[in-house]
Design a protein around this ligand. Structure first.
Ligand code: PMP
Length: 381
């Protein structure tokens, strides 16, 4: 059996085989320490620079003092502690959505929600660029899993019109994790209404960043009983976990049916306490979003006349598409040697190889300038 695995590993193209992970020995910030080396970080998802914020650290410490470390049980037994409840309530109130339910991670939320709502005889309509956790959820649900070309509303409508499924659900990322562009949520909701479907919105990369921090539904001004909304807390919020918000009946159904909420130990209450603190900071500190937007504009302007091909993204995710995997790896390595960490993302994770640059309010203007200078020096070669 081990021989078989070893052969499988060797069969992976050399560029894709990873034998180890880079160990970061500092907090998440604009600069990271790796193997004693200090690197400018352009590959994290800490979009607002909150992952090491002192108020969040204090909240965790206070949470540990008040509630200990382990939550001791699942939410339905005795693990649902006061900060878990407060987090759900504050989140729903801030977003103006009926009720919310917490999960330990976004991945678990996607698995839990979709498998609880959909089953044999139902159909899920999913954008081809959706996150892997959504795809896994759709497969696990046993519903008919239909994928449509990225943001192709006509293709989606064609599938919806042809479907005879009992229940239908359209699932999309609000901001695509590898391309950085947005789903046309108003048009998707209109289709959900026309074809009597749910619209599931994974806002992992929009929550905290768009709509004054409230995320993609606020950005587009959308409200509907058909909407099921997911925000993750490990990215802009700087913590960990996820919240799903929807109509009361949906959330009560999930409390009773979502396996990833029922059959798992609740996340530590101190983490929920930190997430509560993060919601307050995100709501109050609009300057973080302004600073992020300024960095995005600086990067795009700086590469406008260069040979680098940026995708049309207005989000913190600014991918630079390159010719092939080798070029992506080479550029990433050359940046690394210049003290800059940018992830090379290659097929099969994405269709076309790219450098996935992510920006954060934690960066200084001079950090973005340093990235630009290094990229221009390498000149896309
Ligand atoms: N959805 C999307 C679009 C994501 O990018 C991610 C994380 N990469 C997840 C869900 C999973 O969230 P978490 O990291 O909290 O498990």
């Amino acid at each position: 059996m081990l021989d078989e695995l070893e052969a499988g590993l060797l069969a992976l193209d050399a560029g894709h085989l990873r034998r180890r992970r880079r160990v970061v020995s500092s907090p998440q910030a604009a600069r990271l320490e790796v193997d004693g080396k200090h690197l400018l970080n352009f590959c994290g998802n800490d979009y607002l620079g909150l992952a090491n914020d002192v108020r969040l650290r204090v909240a965790v410490q206070a949470g540990v003092e008040a509630y200990g470390v382990g939550s001791g049980a699942s939410h339905l037994v005795c693990g649902h502690q006061l900060p878990h409840e407060q987090l759900e309530q504050r989140f729903a109130a801030w977003l103006g959505l009926p009720v919310a339910l917490g999960f330990a991670t976004g991945y678990m939320a996607n698995l839990g929600v979709i498998t609880a709502l959909m089953g044999r005889g139902d159909a899920v309509f999913a954008d081809k660029l959706n996150h892997a956790s959504l795809n896994d959820a759709c497969v696990l649900s046993r519903a008919d899993f239909r994928r449509f070309a990225h943001n192709d509303l006509a293709a989606l409508e064609h599938l919806l019109a042809a479907s005879t499924a009992r229940r239908k659900l359209i699932a999309v990322d609000a901001v695509y994790s590898m391309d950085g562009d947005m789903a046309p949520l108003p048009a998707l909701l209109a289709l959900a209404e026309r074809y009597d479907a749910w619209l599931y919105v994974d806002d992992a990369h929009g929550f905290g960043v768009l709509g004054g921090g409230r995320g993609s539904l606020a950005h587009w001004g959308l409200r509907s009983p058909r909407l099921i909304y997911l925000a993750t807390l490990g990215k802009a919020a700087g913590v960990a976990g996820a919240l799903v918000a929807a109509e009361t009946a949906v959330i009560e159904w999930l409390i009773n049916k979502a396996h990833t909420a029922i059959y798992t130990t609740a996340a530590p209450a101190a983490i929920a306490q930190a997430a509560c603190a993060s919601l307050s900071v995100m709501a109050a500190e609009g300057w973080r979003r302004e600073r992020l937007q300024a960095h995005i504009a600086q990067l795009r302007e700086g590469l406008r006349t260069s040979r680098y091909a940026l995708l049309p993204s207005e989000s913190a995710i600014q991918p630079i598409v390159v010719s092939n995997s080798e070029q992506a790896l080479r550029l990433s390595q050359q940046l690394w040697e210049r003290g800059i960490w940018v992830a090379a993302i290659r097929p099969p994770t994405v269709a076309t190889a790219r450098l996935r640059v992510t920006l954060s309010a934690a960066h200084e203007t001079t950090d973005v300038a340093a990235l630009l200078a290094a990229l221009l020096e390498l000149d896309g070669n």
